[in-house]
Ligand binder design. Structure first.
Ligand code: 13P
Length: 279
């Protein structure tokens, strides 16, 4: 199997009425854990990293590792830049071999979001790469900085946006938020349904951490084809690392590294199963 354009995995998800999991990674152990889970279940995944994480996990180090992991995998994997904020970062990711890029212009005025995404579309086309964009505002925040207030995607704007930009995937805001939810969110299935009825573009659900299995599956039945999971993997990695270290006076680096891999593997495996209706 191979490194593939994300569009190929979105088409696969559409054909099979499932969603492909897009798992955020920040180090080698996270990449290894995610790939091991996908290979065990024989399911494709998306490996992604958000621009705001690059200060901890530099793109020029993470990029080649993610691309190489995909090329050497037994399953199909797309490598995606999540929440690209600068056009230059998008260009850098494309040069490193990412097969998909997101430009997040969700906080920009609609016209400016459209204009910039069109530019990103042209850049990505030179590499045969997939383009994701966001309309409406997903709550919380990826990384530090002020939390965004949720603004649900307007279905008519979504139609106009997809027609104008030709994006391959549209991230929608339906009451979802990045990070851990204080209480189970109420997702606006009515808004999702309205968008799905008039927009042909595959839809993306951000802020997957903490959404229940039933809610995930409900969104998939309403057209969601990619689901992003970040915090749950970071948290489960930290939990396993802590459990490993806690009883010890002296930790072993190699065992610690293994605990990190297992933390991510567990979380990714659980989500792939839910997103593909294996359970
Ligand atoms: P969570 O951190 O809530 O899982 O969100 C992930 C995400 O949407 C990344 O773009």
């Amino acid at each position: 199997m191979a490194l593939v354009p994300m569009k190929q995995l979105l088409d696969y998800a559409e054909k099979n009425n499932i969603a492909v999991g897009a798992f955020s990674v920040g180090n080698m152990e996270m990449v290894m854990g995610a790939v091991a889970a996908a290979e065990e279940l024989n399911m494709p995944i998306i490996l992604q990293i958000a621009e705001c994480r690059l200060k901890n996990s530099p793109l020029e180090l993470m990029g080649p590792m993610m691309v190489s992991a995909a090329k050497n995998s037994k399953v199909d994997i797309a490598v995606h830049l999540d929440h690209g904020l600068k056009v230059e970062t998008v260009q850098k990711a494309l040069e490193l071999g990412f097969t998909s890029v997101m430009f997040d212009g969700s906080t920009l005025p609609l016209e400016e979001n459209i204009r910039t995404v069109k530019q990103v579309r042209q850049m990505a086309d030179k590499y045969g790469a997939t383009v994701e964009a966001e309309l409406g505002v997903v709550g919380g925040n990826e990384g530090d900085g002020a939390a965004h207030e949720i603004q649900c995607t307007n279905p008519d704007d979504a139609k106009l946006f997809c027609d104008e930009t030709g994006v391959d995937a549209l991230a929608v805001a339906i009451g979802n938020a990045h990070g851990n939810y204080p209480v189970l969110p109420s997702l606006r299935y009515d808004v999702l349904d309205d968008i799905n009825k008039i927009v042909d573009t595959p839809l993306v659900l951000h802020g997957g951490t903490g959404i229940s299995d039933e809610m995930f599956q409900q969104t998939i039945m309403l057209g969601v084809r990619k689901i992003n999971i970040a915090t749950a993997s970071f948290d489960n990695l930290a939990k396993h690392a802590l459990e490993y270290c806690k009883p010890l006076e002296k930790a072993n680096y190699f065992e610690l590294s293994h605990a990190e891999v297992v933390g991510v593997y567990e979380n990714v495996k659980r989500h792939i199963k839910v997103f593909s209706f294996m359970e």
